[in-house]
Design a protein around this ligand. Sequence first.
Ligand SMILES: [Zn+2]
Length: 73
Amino acid sequence: MMTVDVITVQAAAASEAKLPSLSEMFPHRDDEWTCDVCMVSNKLTAAECVACAASKPQGVTCLHNVGLHFACW
Ligand SMILES: [Zn+2]
């Protein structure tokens, strides 16, 4: 149904506009970082993404830098 499709797309767009970033849409573990390229979760000890080999984003060891509420260590 065309009408349903339009409503679904508009709702999705509204949700995206409300959310500040993809990183906040997906819950983070405090011992992992999420690849900016492919969104795969990697161990904090991994210097590169296991899936696409992208470098770990700077500042990821302190999750305050990505707008989360975990304490720094
Ligand atoms: Zn990746």
